[in-house]
Design a protein around this ligand. Structure first.
Ligand SMILES: CC(=O)SCCNC(=O)CCNC(=O)[C@H](O)C(C)(C)COP(=O)(O)OP(=O)(O)OC[C@H]1O[C@@H](n2cnc3c(N)ncnc32)[C@H](O)[C@@H]1OP(=O)(O)O
Ligand SMILES: CC(=O)C(=O)O
Length: 546
């Protein structure tokens, strides 16, 4: 077991104790997710009660120990959630926690609405937030330090006496400790006296750095026998590092959110903290077998919450194990772990390679073999050269897997024989101020026949797509299951104004999957046509391959 050593300072007397104390790095840490409370304080998040239930279900499935469900009484949604959750979810792992503050200044526990609402939520555990920064007591609560201590102790005791396990969130603990350590520690003592099970040190403004956290957690740990927890915001970008530092000093309860949601810059990202604690520090967090679903849970929550996650998010991001540089791919082809800090499968993620101008021969060879395309060394070299030239012209193959596949196939001497393009034409027809119609005509050759078809649409791509389908569907009925799902245009050299080159990306899908194709040209219709033809060819190839 890891051990860390600390000197301690008596915060009452200010004296530094000479004795050194060993803190064991814990064997296990309680994971407490606050997505449904602090996570929902993030700008842009607004969950329905049904959404909250889905999030709670997913978190329980992941095996977190506590799920903070909201602040009962703060809004009707949270009241309904606490009513429905125990009836509609069969919790297998998690305990639901109701959040609230201490009673108000000058209040009485027996008539305080917040405390009553926390009890009415009917949860085994509650989390109570209290001010531990003297500045906040004086300026935000506008009361005395003694009154803040009374509010904390009596409120905790009131809930403990009613059989609740009380987590005590000492708000602004780190700033409070820096400003007035005696008061910050006195608040913890009040909560301990009241019977709180866990003293949670909160970095509410999120500005603390790991070396400060280390000093302060060490002080607290040496002064309190009670379980220590932590709750870090990410305003200095150190929330997860601060949580790990605290655990290294003996904290055994970590609050945060899968995907790091939360007020302002968010909270400790549990999708990062859990793998670090488990896989790197050897500490038990969620059940071991659940680590492998953390990527899918992170993505599922992002869908429910409707905020796309950062592809570069450690462990669970789509780019977390994606390799682009030729040297990296070449080494990975020899040793899988050459550029990966863990095996991605441990967290349910996977290795990906993207092909671009940064590629070398190994990348092209791997991509071709993934697609079942046999390329000779010479063909690989030719593809690589062609690829780099095209990327220089503005193509971006890492986002266009469909066009990349065609490039690789063509290098073998293959050429699509579904159809041959003789010509195409697009006419924009403005009939009057309210109506605009685009008409496209394509002339193709297929099966030895000359095919001429016209399509109408609300724009050139729509009209060209219509004309192509009208010409080809009688020959290839599989086209009916191919759909264009997205169309993106990017101006590549904006300094050239309307003469600029554009890059068009088209996303397409069929019943089994999706692909992206690309076109680049100074003419947006030409660029669109290139991407469109590639899209149809890939679609036909897929129907042919069954
Ligand atoms: C650090 C955190 O993130 S804690 C969680 C914060 N979350 C939220 O605020 C979201 C939910 N909040 C709400 O719905 C509302 O703010 C409520 C229902 C809690 C309170 O609403 P209101 O009564 O209208 O008050 P308001 O929002 O203006 O908050 C200020 C009041 O809370 C009191 N208050 C603030 N912090 C605390 C605390 N830790 N303990 C007790 N009272 C507190 C203030 O003294 C002030 O009371 P006063 O108006 O009687 O002087
Ligand atoms: C309790 C809480 O959310 C905080 O102090 O940040």
């Amino acid at each position: 077991m890891l051990r860390s050593t600390a000197r301690t300072t008596d915060t009452q007397s200010g004296l530094t104790m000479s004795a050194e104390i060993d803190f064991a790095v814990p064997e296990s840490v309680e994971i407490y997710d606050t997505t449904l409370r602090d996570g929902s304080q993030q700008e842009g998040i607004s969950l329905t009660v049904d959404d909250k239930l889905r999030v709670a279900e997913a978190l329980d499935g992941l095996g977190v120990k506590y799920i903070e469900g909201g602040w009962p009484g703060a809004n009707p949604k949270d009241i309904e959630f606490f009513h429905r959750a125990p009836r509609e979810i069969r919790f297998g792992n998690a305990t639901l926690v109701a959040f609230g503050s201490t009673m108000r200044p000058g209040g009485d526990v027996n008539s305080d609405d917040t405390l009553r609402n926390m009890l009415d939520a009917n949860t085994e555990a509650v989390c109570m937030v209290a001010k531990s920064w003297d500045y906040h007591v004086k300026e935000a609560l506008r009361t005395t330090l003694d009154e803040a201590l009374r509010m904390a102790e009596e409120s905790v005791r009131y809930l403990v006496e009613r059989d609740r396990r009380v987590f005590f969130d000492a708000e602004h603990f780190f700033d409070g400790y820096k400003n007035n350590p005696q008061f910050a520690m006195a608040v913890l003592r009040a909560a301990q006296n009241g019977g709180a099970s866990t003293l949670v040190l909160c970095d509410t403004n999120g500005g603390s750095l790991p070396f400060e956290v280390e000093r302060i957690v060490r002080e607290v740990k040496s002064s309190f026998p009670t379980q220590i927890g932590v709750h870090f915001h990410n305003d200095s970008g150190c929330a997860t590092a601060n949580a790990l530092t605290s655990v290294g000093l003996g904290a055994t309860h970590v609050q945060g959110c899968i995907n790091g949601y939360g007020e302002r810059t968010g909270n400790t990202d549990l999708s990062v903290a859990i793998p670090n604690l488990t896989l790197k520090m050897g500490i038990e967090t969620i059940p071991r077998e659940k680590i492998a679903i953390i990527t899918s849970v992170s993505r599922h929550l992002a869908e429910v919450i409707n905020i796309a996650t950062d592809p570069q998010k450690p462990y669970v991001g789509t780019s977390s194990f994606t390799h682009k540089a030729g040297l990296h791919v070449s080494a990975i082809a020899r040793r899988k772990d050459a550029y990966e800090h863990i095996a991605p499968e441990l967290v349910g993620n996977g290795t990906r390679f993207v092909v671009s101008e940064m590629a070398g021969r190994s990348t092209v060879a791997i991509k071709a073999s993934e697609l079942g395309i046999d390329l000779t060394k010479e063909q690989i070299a030719t593809v690589l050269e062609h690829l780099k030239t095209l990327e220089h012209q503005g193509f971006h193959f890492e986002t266009a897997d469909g066009s990349m596949e065609l490039l690789l196939r063509r290098a073998t001497g293959w050429n699509q024989n579904f159809f041959e393009v003789e010509s195409f034409r697009v006419i924009d027809d403005f009939r009057d101020n309210s109506e605009q119609l685009t008409e496209a005509t394509v002339k193709l050759w297929a099966n030895g026949e000359r095919l001429i078809a016209t399509g109408e649409g609300n724009g050139p791509v729509n009209a060209l797509d219509g004309a192509l389908r009208r010409a080809l569907t009688p020959l290839y009925s599989g086209l009916n299951s191919i759909h264009l799902t997205d169309f993106k245009v990017r101006v590549l050299d904006s300094s050239s104004g309307t003469g600029a080159k554009v890059r068009v990306l088209i996303d397409s899908s069929d019943e089994v999957g999706s692909w992206t194709t690309i076109g680049v040209s100074p003419n947006v219709i030409d660029a669109s046509w290139q991407a469109l033809v590639d899209s149809i060819v890939i679609g036909l190839l897929r129907t042919q391959q069954g």
